[in-house]
Design a protein around this ligand. Structure first.
Ligand code: ASP
Length: 316
């Protein structure tokens, strides 16, 4: 047990450049991140658990239309919103995840329900939606998730049948310039010295064939283990899956003795870069140390802790 607690959040990484931003939009992003930090801080301050703290932050970000998770999720090739989310408790390695769910107001609530009240870790598609209904998880009509910004992004590329996830593909480069990585994530360390991680996303614009990214995959986009770290990633999911990015940070700490910061830098700047895996990650360890590392132009991010640190950042 320590008296320190820390929350770190992200709202996606990518080609986020000051010159593309209006002062109003910048302020809206900052306020959204701050609101998530505050919601989570309120949980931790009362002695709440890291799991409840990360969930509180994610709910705020899912409800905010600016971010690509919950309301405001990107459109699939078929013009739908299919969302992925995961949560993990570092104190006992319990985890819950959902993929390709539709109409679930807060996919992170559903992932938490999977963790707490099912015998499983990972549910997908219609089955996950059936479980949501059975557990009384809040649903919303399609219109709730709509945002003009994401719709226009999708409209610009939806007819390009040759779109693929090949990073050399021109369509994808266009998308990257469009700041497509708007996934949200949170990691926290509570006063009991327990840590947790959570991630939620609409995935990638124009995704098809039931594509699922790294976000809901335990060990890739999301991981937590009290012995090492809690991590949430954002970026080009395929590379984060191939590098098993978040578990690799944990392994570097556990088996090689690296600090959180060092381990994250190796994964983000070396291992991911070798695959041209653009993006970043946030992390905490059980002492409440925080780190935010990315190899893209920017990452929406923020950190708040019990010793008075409170920062919201966007660019390098
Ligand atoms: N990592 C997410 C995915 O590939 C995208 C993101 O971070 O915005 O689905």
């Amino acid at each position: 047990m320590s008296d320190n607690f820390t929350i770190v959040v992200h709202g996606g990484a990518g080609t986020i450049l000051k010159e593309d931003m209006t002062p109003e939009l910048e302020k809206a992003y900052q306020e959204g991140l701050q609101e998530a930090l505050n919601a989570s801080y309120a949980v931790l301050e009362k002695g709440g658990t890291a799991v409840n703290a990360v969930k509180a932050a994610i709910v705020v970000l899912e409800d905010n239309v600016l971010f690509n998770a919950g309301r405001g999720s990107v459109f699939t090739k078929k013009g739908l919103q299919e969302m992925d989310a995961a949560i993990m408790d570092g104190s006992d390695l319990s985890a819950g995840a959902v993929a390709a769910v539709r109409n679930v107001r807060n996919p992170i609530e559903l992932a938490t329900e999977v963790m707490r009240n099912s015998n499983h870790v990972f549910l997908s598609g219609k089955g996950a939606n059936d479980f949501a209904i059975k557990q009384g998880i809040k649903l919303e009509p399609d219109e709730y998730f709509f945002s003009q910004f994401r719709y226009d992004q999708w409209k610009a590329i939806r007819d390009s049948d040759n779109y693929s996830l090949d990073h050399t593909n021109h369509q994808l480069e266009e998308l990257m310039r469009d700041k497509k990585f708007g996934t949200v994530g949170a990691v926290a360390c509570d006063i009991h010295g327990n840590i947790a991680g959570a991630t939620s996303t609409g995935g990638m614009t124009n995704k098809k064939y039931g594509r699922i990214g790294d976000s809901p995959l335990i060990g890739s986009g999301t991981y937590a283990n009290n012995k090492t770290c809690a991590i949430s990633c954002t970026g080009h999911g395929e590379m984060f899956i191939r590098t098993v990015a978040s578990y690799d940070v944990s392994c570097l700490m556990e088996y090689k003795g690296y600090s959180l910061q060092e381990a994250m830098e190796i994964v983000v700047h070396d291992k991911l870069m070798k695959l041209q895996g653009e993006g970043g990650m946030i992390g905490v360890d059980a002492k409440g140390n925080a780190a935010m590392v990315f190899n893209s132009a920017g990452m929406y991010r923020g950190v708040k802790n019990s010793t008075g640190r409170n920062e919201v950042l966007i660019y390098k």
